[in-house]
Design a protein around this ligand. Sequence first.
Ligand SMILES: Cc1ncc(COP(=O)(O)O)c(C=O)c1O
Length: 519
Amino acid sequence: MSDVFDKCSNWKDYRIAKATGLYPYFRSIEASHGATEVEIEGRRVIMVGSNNYLGLSADPRVKEAATKAVEKFGTTCSGSRLLNGTLALHEELEAKLAKFLNREAALVISTGFQTNLALSSILGRHDIVFSDRQNHASLVDGIRLGFATERKFRHNDMEHLEQQLAAAEPDSGKIIISDGVFSMEGDVCNLPRIVELAKKYNARVMTDDAHSMGVLGEKGRGVPEYFGLEAETDLTMGTFSKSFASLGGVLAGPFEVINYIRHKARSVIFSASMTPASIAAALKSLEIIEAEPQRRARLLDIAEKMHNGFRAMGFDTGVSVTPVVPVHIGDQVKCFRFWKALHEAGVFANPVIPPAVEAGHALIRTSFMATHTDAQLDRVLDTFEKIGRRMEVIPETRPTVYEPVQIARPGTGVRSNKASEKWAAASEGQLADSGGFSLDQLSRMSSREVAGKIFDAVEQLTWRAASLQPAALRKLGGASKRLWEKRGELPGLLLEKGAHFFMRNGHDHGNNSSQAERN
Ligand SMILES: Cc1ncc(COP(=O)(O)O)c(C=O)c1O
């Protein structure tokens, strides 16, 4: 007999990650130093894993506004917007956001996630939603909660989108929904083509501008402004948890639509409203976003410095052209080990593994704040280079040439970085095996290299084998499979080369490596 809780006790990933010291989640921050540095387990680390793009969460003006709102209205409204939870502050923020975003109306909702869930209220049985495969989880769930049919198109693949539109029932209601800036890869949607297709096939358009509001466009209004297509984009959403240094979300568009959602969306009417401190912080941030364009300019300069800094070392930052700077690692376990080494060397970044990215595309996601200093950024680059070389993600010496990234500055219309061939190859599955090596190659390596390779392989094999079901064991892929098949020959090689290395250097590989990274 099965038990609903079986899946929880059978779930091994957590235990393996904890046991190997590679568990990267729910890290508790004990103190913040101006948001760009934080303390974790008593260690001060540079924060490059936050979406606080303009650094406003530490701005004294934003903090003061939040404090005053608490003094005036208390800590919470204890109710939904529909009933007792609407303050004059909510209405002030909505009016200012509608004006800022050039829309008839705006609705603020308690989180960005709930804002996308609210979308479900307009998705009826006879409607079809065309959604980019890489859209944020909150959009995926918002669509799932509605009654409309969903048609997913391949990421930023406009031909596929057109095929889907052409095949759809012409009389049905249609809406194309896409992230403006994709949260993990940092590329920009092809809004100009989406708008053309929407006109051709009579569809509405919505962008999720969580990562572009406050960041892209001359005035910081996000992707629709960046492409000069605000009038053609029917709905735009944003979150306050990123550039607005707060918590909450906004949906803006035609009055009738926003008013309908305000009354019908379950994530609005059955959930308590944004707290006074959150609204006041978002209001003050909006004022600063409008008054201080230099913050956006600095952020984009930083994005350029970091993309090109990483690329000059031989790292691949993928298709990104924004302050979301993903550093491609490939293998999931290697990615966790890279994350751990970064953490021990004083850098807080986020490991991103499937299903958030495709298999074989694990990455370290870095994202930057306008308030990072050059000294902090140089330290981050230096740390990545040391670890990247040691873990063989980048070559020992810097490449002689690299293709610089063109950043999505106002007026450029740049959408993605085409120079990322390695990444493109990986998406075709050609690099899925990049951790592999033959015994012949192994015998030509130095003792140190062999020891490192064997350590990596055993760790990966252990991890994979422990989480595989018996049927899947037969399908072991790439390096794991070859190792498994040749396992009889490994001890010889290990004795000949690896053991020799261990005898001279001690066998505590973990301690040696973290020492090397700190040097
Ligand atoms: C693209 C996108 N949309 C929506 C959200 C949800 O926003 P929030 O975190 O404010 O709930 C996020 C946040 O992670 C996001 O990245």
